[in-house]
Ligand binder design. Structure first.
Ligand SMILES: *[C@@H]1O[C@H](CO)[C@@H](O)[C@H](O)[C@H]1NC(C)=O
Length: 377
């Protein structure tokens, strides 16, 4: 019975894809972390949060390691394609944005940076220590002037530059018209929560989650003031179930405290989006509940044709989660049977399922409307 329901749900998702194929957004602007990064960190020399080497990208056209934290495409790529775009928007740092916005083919820009978060500190020190191995002297990172990631605040400044370039090119009303119809896709906060948890912070959980909501509100208001009106927000998945976090649970189960933070963050985001949409009557949004989507897969892997939802496809050691995916790592043979590509990130197959669900899924997974309805709104 459950299986039939899922099949029906997927068919409905596909039907929605075809029905609304003409409802396209003119441009897509993507912000956030490694779940949406398409190569931003490749432009940060010396960054410890780069992944532009094999076996990453093994299923990308020509097996290219593009800097995506995946064996192939990520959810941001796949959503852009579902929304009728021929290609995923390129990284801001790869462009001369003043000339990029003049092109007739201009369809958006990707600002997302792996390892980044809402807080400026995220990804620069603690998380880097945690994610990319502890160096002999931990102060190495603190002393280093290297930039590891582009925090969300700086991604906003970069968008401000693009906004000004657009005004120069198409004038204020042309820019307002374009941006009000464009999609603003944001996937962030997981790394802030990792940093909070692993730093052993004494800030109470409620206070920390609410500080993330305050930071998010500030950035959303920045985008609203620059003309954004359609938001696709991805909240935090069950990050306690990442292979890397299962290592902290002696049973190999999920790290429940991290999952609780993820659920609390989703509640905060629901309230924030509702508040902002009351204030801005022409604002529309979809809030993707990746917690619900992913936990559903972890609890019923066979329904979604996954065989392995705990260990990583590429890595080393216990659960293949003791190192990142690199040329000497163990690589699984059937990548499409794995939920996780590496110790933190989903496989292309998992990302495709997520993108399809965000695009055409029901309210349990994306609300108050899905991305197809958001595009058409
Ligand atoms: C570890 O996983 C088990 C399930 O296998 C769960 O019941 C337990 O709460 C988890 N422990 C922690 C510390 O999260």
């Amino acid at each position: 019975m459950a299986k039939r329901l899922v099949v029906i749900a997927l068919c409905l998702a596909m039907a929605a894809v075809f029905r609304t194929a003409n409802a396209e957004v003119p441009a897509i602007f993507i912000f956030g972390d490694s779940t949406a990064d398409v190569g931003t960190n490749n432009f940060l020399p010396g960054s410890k949060a780069r992944i532009d080497f094999p076996f990453n990208g093994i299923d990308f056209p020509n097996g290219k390691a593009t800097g995506r934290f995946s064996n192939g495409l990520n959810s941001a790529d796949l959503l852009a394609m579902l929304m009728g775009h021929k290609r995923s928007p390129p990284p801001f740092l790869s462009l001369d944005s003043a000339s990029a916005v003049k092109r007739r083919s201009f369809r958006g820009i990707n600002f997302a940076s792996g390892g980044s978060g809402l807080l400026d500190i995220t990804g620069q020190t603690m998380l880097t220590l945690m994610k990319f191995g502890t160096p002999k002297d931990p102060n190495d990172f603190l002393r280093s002037k290297q930039k590891n990631v582009v925090p969300l605040g700086e991604q906003m400044q970069q968008f401000h530059t693009v906004h000004d370039n657009l005004i120069d090119t198409m004038g204020p009303s042309g820019t307002e018209n374009l941006l009000s119809k464009s999609l603003f896709f944001i996937s962030t906060a997981s790394n802030d929560i990792f940093g909070y948890y692993h730093s052993g912070s004494t800030i109470p959980k409620e206070e920390f989650i609410s500080s993330l909501g305050i930071a998010y509100e500030k950035y959303l208001r920045t985008l609203l003031s620059l003309g954004a009106r359609k938001f696709g927000i991805i909240s935090v998945p069950p990050i306690g179930c990442c292979p890397s976090q299962r290592l902290y649970n002696a049973t190999g189960g999920c790290l429940e405290e991290l999952n609780e933070h993820a659920r609390a963050f989703h509640v905060t985001m629901g309230a924030l989006m509702e508040k902002l949409s009351c204030e801005y009557s022409d604002m529309k949004y979809s809030l993707g509940n990746t917690y619900e989507m992913t936990i559903n897969v972890i609890e019923n892997p066979a329904l979604f044709n996954f065989k392995e939802v705990a260990s990583a496809c590429c890595g080393s050691g216990k659960l293949n989660a003791e190192s990142f995916c690199e040329p000497k790592a163990n690589l699984c043979s059937k990548r499409s049977e794995y939920l996780f590509w590496d110790l933190f990130h989903p496989t292309q197959t998992a990302s495709k399922l997520a993108a399809l669900t965000l695009y055409g899924g029901e309210q349990r997974f994306v609300s108050p409307i899905n991305f197809a309805q958001l595009a058409a709104a």
